[in-house]
Write a protein that binds this ligand. Structure first.
Ligand code: CA
Ligand code: CA
Length: 225
């Protein structure tokens, strides 16, 4: 077989070209690879070299706010539709209220809530919560971690690979969908007709937050002195 036989059809030319490309590429590949592979990778798996890292979170909150005035025993259904390309750290529902209708102390209104997480992707537990409308961060808050034990705090870790860190901090593809809750108003006022004139309702500030993030990993290079 001479060279003419190798190149007498387009198909043979293509095969020959690919073969030549591999002949060139493989020695280069094997020359470079050993320098990329360190002991940890050889013994531990395929997730990159272990080392010391600073782990931080570039956070972008998705927020939806509603304001509802409710009378005693009134209920309001609130819905929060979440879609994002980013990982979700947690979902939070915060209901604040400040009952300053009654003169003097006592007869404070309150807020009751119960969630419906059936429209959210993943296995989340429904919550019940309630709290007085005493101003500030009153009322109640519900929170669901979508990324396990998510805090958003910067930390430094040692002896971990990038792959291990990325498997610790991700939402597993969960948390999107519709989060819902029912809020019930509990209005308290002086008994009798005067009381209902003085205080018959309350304004509830409803805030849903989906805290999304990008994981930021930076290797720590320690300079020996
Ligand atoms: Ca009241
Ligand atoms: Ca009130």
């Amino acid at each position: 077989m001479d060279f003419e036989d190798l190149v007498n059809t387009p198909r043979k030319i293509r095969i020959l070209s690919i073969s030549v490309a591999f002949l060139i590429a493989f020695p280069v590949y094997f020359q470079i690879m050993p320098s990329l592979i360190d002991d940890d990778l050889m013994s531990g798996g395929s997730s990159g070299p272990s080392g010391k890292w600073t782990v931080s979170f570039s956070e972008t909150p998705i927020i939806m706010e509603e304001h509802q005035v409710l009378g005693d025993g009134d209920t309001h259904d609130t819905y929060f539709d979440v879609t994002t390309e980013l990982d979700i750290g947690y979902i939070e529902l915060d209901v604040d209220c400040n009952d300053n209708d009654d003169p003097g102390p006592g007869f404070t209104d309150s807020a009751d809530g119960s969630s419906d997480v059936s429209g959210a992707e993943g296995e989340f537990e429904d919550q019940e919560a309630s709290g007085p409308c005493s101003g500030g961060d009153s009322g109640f808050t519900m929170r669901w971690d979508v990324t396990h034990n998510y805090t958003g705090q910067n930390i430094t870790v040692e002896n971990m690979s990038e792959g291990e860190l990325r498997s610790l901090w991700n939402d597993g593809g969960f948390g999107e969908g519709t989060w819902a809750a029912t809020i019930t108003a509990d209005i308290n006022a002086l008994p009798g007709p005067v009381g209902s004139i003085v205080d018959s309702d309350e304004e509830y500030d409803i805030t849903w937050t989906a805290m999304t993030y990008e994981l930021v990993l930076e290797p720590v290079v320690e300079v020996e002195t």
